[in-house]
Design a protein around this ligand. Sequence first.
Ligand code: NAD
Length: 497
Amino acid sequence: MTHITDAAHLAESASSQAIFDYPVQSFINGETYASTGGTYLNIIDPGTGQVIGELADSGAGDVDAAVAAARAAFKDGRWSEVDPEERERILFRLADLVERDAEILSEIEARDTGKPLAEARLDIAEAASVLRYFAGWCTKASGTVVPAPREYFATTTREPLGVCAAITPWNYPLPILTYKVGPALAFGNTVVAKPSELASASSVLLAHLAYEAGVPAGVFNVVTGGRTAGEALSASTDVDKIAFTGSTATGKAILRAAAETLTPATVELGGKSAQVIFEDADLEAAVEGVAAGIWTNAGQICIAGSRVLVQESIKEKFLKALTERTGKLSLGHSMDPGADIGPVISEGQLKKIKSFLTEAQQAGASVSTSSTTVPDHGFFLAPTIVSGIPAGHPLASQEVFGPVLAIDTFTDEQDAVEKANSTEYGLAAGLWTKDVSRVHRITRKLEAGTVWANTYGVFHPTLPFGGMKASGFGRELGPQAVEHYTHSKTSVLHLAP
Ligand code: NAD
């Protein structure tokens, strides 16, 4: 029996496909909310190219309604004044409900994004784990007693910020939403989330589940829609914090809007992360790590290891092994249990990737495409390895966001570091070497928010995550969330003599 709660139609739904028989709509003040404009966007299954449903395209008025609901809920203290232990209990219950409905949420996520169901299941498990981690924080955000002059008794306490806006991308919809909603709710804030128009259903359902878990109406609202809704939310004068994950271009637009209203913002943006492979590396492990780092989610990951820097002496050996490994992967629809790699998200994205490749080829690069069968329908691209890219070509420095790997070589440590740092981004990097001292030496010099050594892409709620340079600023997950979702209040009491 499927438990996803909503209006009756969702409660009765036995399959993820049935969820899309009804429009995906906003959830405001504890209820499904019909957008005032009455316009809808198509939901397209990237694995077939077919329309599978529709999504309410909210306008500024709908965003205002969600912000007003979140403001009212913050103002009357229905959540911020709940005992931390009770908030903790409710958030643990939410994590349990996500696990209860994990299978249907996974199917929804897979159909919406095109990723293989097995990958979507990991995403939903991660979302539950993140919620559970932040549930624990409800009772752990302590203040301090300050050594002020002796005639005063001074303390600092952690106070919620107020209404938090969460604007999220389509590639990992539910985990990324929990990175924001988890700490926001743990510390007593209220939330207005605006998920990507390309994959919103799981975010809306999370708000329904939160309500079922006992999060009061108005505390966690979701507005569906595209850029118009995102712009209205980031320009709102009644929002106290913006947490954004998405492209660098959108991040800059959001920061411009936030500057106008002096709203604090954290931005988690794009990347062009390098995997650096030294000649002493465990080659088999490095090949696995590189393949996972770029072919997972069809390369549509912010931390995709989309550049490989391999030491010159092992280039041929490494490329042969990686090509063989890649050749074993098959493309397929999200619901095909044999699919290792899904499609890219949209027709427009497929065209963009292909033009990157054509231009690189015309500029003299060698483009090698895996011989796997490419399905006739949907937005599929076979995994592609590109080498010999001329210096300065965009394929070597810009985010492609698809199953495309750029290969380059290096001579020594210094050359490796210079090349790894040679893009505007600074999100992540991978090192493959048996020399532990080298790992430490290089990690210090890499311009990246996270460096993985002899592994890649390890995420855990305890590990702070975020970028440098054009990959953004602020950290999600880990204890740093306290800084980003509370403010420090100083109170000073004069002690009578
Ligand atoms: P996007 O920037 O196109 O959209 C992200 C969100 O912003 C969506 O909800 C969208 O509707 C909204 N939006 C679009 N224009 C807006 C505007 N002008 N004002 C306000 N909101 C607006 O990104 P995407 O295509 O959904 O996601 C892919 C990008 O996200 C990639 O660049 C990827 O690297 C990045 N990403 C980063 C991280 C990270 O943690 N650093 C994680 C996942 C994805």
